[in-house]
Each structure stands twice: as C-alpha cells, then as structure tokens.
Write a new protein. Structure first.
Length: 443
C-alpha cells in the first residue's frame, strides 16, 4: 500500500515506524530526520488542505494518515477525501470534539456520557464565579487547541484566574471551560471509528507534569506506559459501552460522522468513570507505547477505519511485552526553549536491545541532528514487564547527549512497583448519565 503520513512529531514517527513493519511504500510530509530513515519526505504545509490533497494525488497514495490535531481542525482530511483518496482522520466538523471543549461537553451531554461538571465562561467574572462554585483544586481549560498546554490544575485561585485571563484576553469569541476536579488515576484509551463501528486499542497512561512526582507545569506529555496492570477488569468494555459508542452514535445522528481516532482521556474516580477530555487523533506520547505493543498490522487497521470497514478488522492482537516511553525535552521546556543544540548518542541508544528512538522536535544540520522543539525525542523501551521496559527505556535515555535537556525519572515507576490502584467506584453510576450534570453558561 502507498501511504502518506502528515505530521512531523514523535507520534507520526511512531506511526511510520509501525507501518514500516509491513510491505508498504511510505511517504511523510513534512516529517523529521528520524522519519526520513523509513519514509520519503516531502515539503508541504500540513495545514494547507489543497496542498496535502495535491501531494497525495501526485503520489497516487492509497491512504493518507493525518497525525496532528491542527490539520484535522483545519479540514485537511476533508480535502483529501474530496479528491477520492482514503483518509484516516475526522472531518473538520467532527474534529470539533477536540477543537472546542465546549462542543465536546455538549455532545457528551446529549449522548449521556459521564464527564466532569463544567461551566463554559467567556468573561473573567464568569470564571471567578465558577471557581468559587467548584472550589479547589481548580481546573481551567482553554476552549480551543493549545498543543496540550491549555489546561491548568491548581489550588491557587489567582493562578487559575491568570490562566483564564491569558486564554480570553485579545481573542474575540474566546472561551474557557472551568470544571470540577476529578480524583483518581487517569487513563488514555484510543478508540478507532469508521463513522459507525468502534474498536478500542490497549489502554495507556501518560505523565503531563514536567517534573518527577507530578510536579511542575503541564506539558504535552513527558512519558507513557502500557499495559496498565492496575486497571479494573472490564474497563475497555465499559469505555466502549458508556463513552465511545454513544459519542460516535451522537456524531452520526448530527450528520457529522466521526472516522478516525477518538482519544478518550479518562479519570477513574471514586464516583465512577468520567471523561476528562476528547481528542480527535492519536495522543503523544501514548501512541509510542500503544503501537509498540500492537501485533495487528497497522496499515490494514487504519485503512479499514478510513473506508468504513472497521468491523472486518475488529479482532486485534497484542504482544505480551510492556512498553515505556521517556520524553527527552529541550532546555526550558515547557516554556521558551533553546533550539539548535546537537543531539548525540542516537545510534548508541538504538543499540540497546528493546529500544527504538522516535524523533519529535529535531532537524538535520551539517550531517547531524539538532534540537528544533520542546519535546525533542521519545525513547521507547520494550520488555517482559513494566520494570524491564522501564530499565530498557532509561538505558537508552542515558546514552543520549543533548545539552541542557531534561526528562522525568519516574515514568511508570509506581505502576511497576504496584503502587497504582483504581478506586472502588460504583460499577454503574446512573447520575453521570444525566445531561443536567453538565453546568454551562455558554451552551
């Protein structure tokens, strides 16, 4: 199959790495130096639907996979499908599930999906009232796309207001979503959909905070692991039945069928399952570990979802090994970062058995690789269990030399040591299905 992957991050490198296990002709746009080892790169603006569709046509691509959220919200998948090429990724209208948190709340309420109570606010006075109504810890989310850094969770009311002010000021029509705080561990579950049918991949857990012990500011993700040995029995089936299928059915009912990845960010609270957020694409860094464990050929699975034949590919197979990924971030991340520093030790890291290194924010320079973004690399380790996968990943990390870089040292540590547990919440939480559980001033 001739496949074009759109994007340039570690998520897209993970997708290409998985696709490369099959006999496929791979292309990527714009890609990165790591992707270049496994696919032919092309210069294109990933936000320009006409340009992407034109490239896919010239390549005679049989499948286009759109990785990042911004091109999906911009309608790139629509442009590709308009020229008759199968595309894995939702339409711009369906991608509003990620592009607007207020819209996602509206859909969840209509579908009876359990989620946090929330206020949609367009003024600071409304934000202040919502913060006082829910109390601390405060959860404030930018309504639109923010590259994984639009959420603040804090007990400091002034910090919560300051984040809301940043989101609202100077942006006509902007909104923020203030939510109740959800306790319990979080889970990421990717559900593939073809507009009608839904198939779940393996659960994963990511680490959003910049520093060990879940300290520091929110980031796009500093690491992840899969499987989740502590996850309740039947969790995937519960998410399919109470979250993914009702959401996909509601989108179809609205005339905007969702075909692609419905990323379900979940909290396993003392009151039962709750949706934290929806994304309309594979998550980064969870994709790195989920695809490392997937034994079913990825190309056939994505093509089935893109062409409405997902029911034919519902029997997924998984490797027994565990996977852990550790993000190596540039100096200053998640704030202002320094670019252009040489990235050394990539070959040495890849020599560690069970390790593969995925590029994120990198660029080619003078025959080598330099940093070109906040999250520079994802080092993936695969092992017989989480402890082994952790050790493998960190051995790879230690062989990489990037001046001023930092990484978390506790990715998957608590899970590997059996210190993560899910609360014994109710198996059926009827109150969560009540649309009145959504409080909103903007819907």
């Amino acid at each position: 199959m001739r496949i074009l992957v759109i994007g340039s991050g570690a998520r897209e490198h993970a997708i290409v790495h998985s696709l490369a296990a099959g006999e496929h002709e791979l292309h990527a746009a714009p890609g990165n130096p790591g992707i270049a080892a496994q696919a032919t790169l092309h210069e294109v603006d990933p936000l320009d639907g006409a340009a992407v569709a034109g490239l896919a046509t010239r390549l005679e691509a049989e499948l286009v996979v759109v990785g990042p959220e911004a091109p999906l919200v911009a309608g790139v998948a629509d442009a590709v499908r308009d020229v008759g090429i199968a595309c894995f990724g939702p339409s711009a209208e369906a991608a509003r599930l990620e592009g607007s948190k207020a819209f996602a709340k509206e859909v969840m309420a209509a579908a009876g999906v359990p989620t946090a109570m929330a206020h949609v606010c367009t003024t600071l006075d409304e934000v202040a009232a919502a913060l006082d109504a829910f109390g601390a810890p405060h959860v404030v989310k930018d309504d639109g796309l923010a590259a994984g850094k639009g959420v603040v969770v804090t007990s400091d009311r002034d910090a919560a207001l300051a984040h809301a002010r940043t989101c609202l000021e100077g942006r006509p029509g902007a909104a923020v979503v203030v939510e109740e705080f959800l306790d319990g561990p979080e889970v990421s579950l990717f559900c593939l959909a073809d507009g009608t049918d839904v198939v779940a991949l393996a659960p994963a857990q990511d680490f959003k905070r910049a520093l060990d012990g879940d300290e520091g500011p929110n980031t796009g993700g500093m690491g992840a692991y899969s499987p989740l040995p502590w996850a309740p029995h039947g969790l995937v089936d519960e998410v399919l039945g109470r979250v993914a299928r009702p959401t996909i059915a509601e989108m179809q009912r609205r005339g905007t069928p969702f075909a692609g990845v419905l990323y379900c960010g979940l909290a396993l609270t003392s009151r039962g399952l709750r949706v934290v957020e929806f994304n309309a694409r594979f998550g980064d860094p969870e994709t790195q570990v989920v695809l490392a464990r997937l034994a079913t050929p990825l190309a056939e699975l994505l093509h089935a979802a893109a062409t409405g034949h997902l029911a034919d590919a519902a029997d997924l197979h998984w490797r027994d090994e565990a996977a852990v990924t550790v993000v190596v971030a540039a100096h200053g991340y998640p704030g202002s970062v320094r670019a252009g520093d040489p990235v050394d030790g990539l070959a040495e890291a890849a020599e560690v058995p069970g390790v593969h290194v995925l590029h994120a924010g990198t660029a080619a320079s003078d025959g080598g690789v330099v940093s070109a973004g906040g999250r520079v690399l994802s080092v993936v380790g695969v092992g017989a269990n989480l402890a082994a996968a952790r050790a493998t990943a960190y051995e790879g990390v230690e062989r990489i030399d990037l001046r001023g870089s930092h990484h978390r040292g506790d990715i998957a540590l608590a899970a590997a040591e059996g210190r993560v547990t899910a609360p014994d919440g109710p198996e059926v939480d009827d109150d969560a299905d009540d649309p009145d559980a959504l409080i909103s001033s903007g819907l």
